[in-house]
Design a binder for this molecule. Structure first.
Ligand SMILES: Nc1nc2c(ncn2[C@@H]2O[C@H](COP(=O)(O)OP(=O)(O)OP(=O)(O)O)[C@@H](O)[C@H]2O)c(=O)[nH]1
Ligand SMILES: [Mg+2]
Length: 384
């Protein structure tokens, strides 16, 4: 209906109201269109379709041996996978028992090298029981019943000052990171019906051979993680095995500065941190890894914090100029050494500190990693 004006050509109060209402409606419609509708394609450029497909990320988990790569994968299984049902926990039972028995065997085997003796006849008898590896290995075969007398023997041995002295020198030989944890739980682990807890599994040492692949579907992304064995023969295959990765998580241990590489010989000792930095430099050089982000995860923060109170890094890295036993100064020094390598290779990296055995800590790091990789994939997608 046409609007009406009064006879004198002056707009009536009603027509003013109608015009005002139309103007308000128009403005509201424009605002609505501006804020809520999808952007139109520009002139001749084809419309970019909004994809409903999930992003796919392929993460390579690299780093020297014993830096925590598989522990990271186990945390992923807890966070995004099916966790650890009873049958899976049982599968790890022999590995954890082996960790415990091997740790005790190693400690006893090094008594003589440090001129230490068990202090009491009971401790001497206990030491004998853990010295004969063939007997201990027999307990690890399928269906073997546990020797319960080993429980008090393990406890006696651990309380012995000679064994404590060898334990203090553990960086000289290759005692596994969580030996103390497993020995503390010897009574539980040496029961016939022992069922490993999730924490036992996170603390377990089991060397990775080849590549272990895990696929996890998250809310906005499918992540496939490849855990690559970090020992020397395993590393030779890294670049060849996975094509087109989306990002690299490089794990290094903050606490390895006073340890030697396990595979190195007695005559050719190799500091673990030095070797880890060399591996890092190699990874930055691989042609296949040139245009993808690298996230450096400096792990074993808990072990590092405990160690720094007792061991001066300057004994191993003479260019350290901070205060010995100053946790922050040493952490910063280690970080700078890795950052220097990235500068030399003209790369940018992100650095995160973790304790891979701590689930809450892992969740923080993982949420950072998944956000970062998701944004990288979006940016990369926008360029093609
Ligand atoms: N206390 C503590 N232990 C850790 C941490 N991260 C890893 N470990 C332990 O260190 C040991 C080695 O960890 P793995 O995850 O097996 O190391 P990896 O890098 O996969 O080693 P390879 O398979 O030989 O390449 C295991 O016993 C882990 O439980 C940590 O942050 N704190
Ligand atoms: Mg591993």
């Amino acid at each position: 209906m046409p609007q009406r004006e009064d006879d004198a050509g002056q707009p009536s109060a009603r027509s003013i109201w109608v015009r005002l209402r139309n103007t308000i409606e128009h403005v509201l419609r424009c605002l609505f269109t501006f804020f809520f509708s999808s952007p139109r394609p520009r002139n001749n450029s084809p419309a970019r379709e909004v994809s409903t497909e999930k992003q796919e990320a392929r993460l390579l988990v690299l780093g020297a041996s014993d830096t925590g790569k598989s522990t990271f994968m186990r945390q992923m299984q807890l966070l995004c996978g099916h966790g650890y049902p009873v049958h899976e926990r049982l599968r790890h039972q022999p590995h954890i028992r082996r960790n415990l028995l091997e740790s005790l065997h190693k400690l006893v085997s090094h008594l003589a090298a440090y001129g230490a003796q068990p202090a009491t006849p009971e401790a001497q008898e206990a030491a004998q029981a853990f010295l004969a590896w063939e007997d201990l290995e027999g307990l690890l075969s399928e269906g073997a019943l546990m020797d319960k007398t080993l429980i008090p023997k393990a406890q006696t041995l651990w309380a012995d000052p000679g064994i404590q002295e060898v334990y203090r020198r553990r960086s000289d030989f290759h005692l596994m990171t969580n030996a103390e944890y497993f020995i503390a739980y010897a009574e539980r682990i040496l029961q016939d019906e022992y069922l490993p807890t999730v924490e036992d599994i996170l603390r377990m040492r089991y060397v990775t051979r080849g590549v272990v692949e895990h696929r996890h579907e998250l809310k906005n992304m499918i992540i496939t993680m490849y855990d690559m064995g970090g020992q020397r023969p395993e590393r030779e295959n890294w670049a060849r095995q996975i094509l087109d990765p989306s990002a690299i998580l490089f794990l290094a241990s903050l606490s390895e500065f006073d340890q030697n590489v396990e595979e190195a010989t007695e005559y050719e000792p190799r500091n673990r941190m030095v070797e880890s930095m060399e591996i890092f430099a190699e990874v930055l050089k691989y042609p296949a890894f040139q245009n993808i982000p690298v996230i450096l995860i400096l792990n074993k923060n808990d072990v590092f914090r405990a160690k720094i109170k007792e061991v001066a890094i300057r004994q191993f890295f003479q260019d350290f100029v901070g205060a010995d036993y100053d946790e922050n100064a040493v952490r910063e020094y280690i970080t700078k050494r890795y950052e220097q390598i990235t500068e030399d290779h003209k790369r940018n990296i992100m650095v995160r500190y973790t304790e891979a055995t701590d689930t809450r800590d892992f969740q923080d790091v993982f949420s950072f990693v998944s956000d970062f990789v998701s944004r990288f994939l979006l940016r990369r997608g926008a360029l093609f």
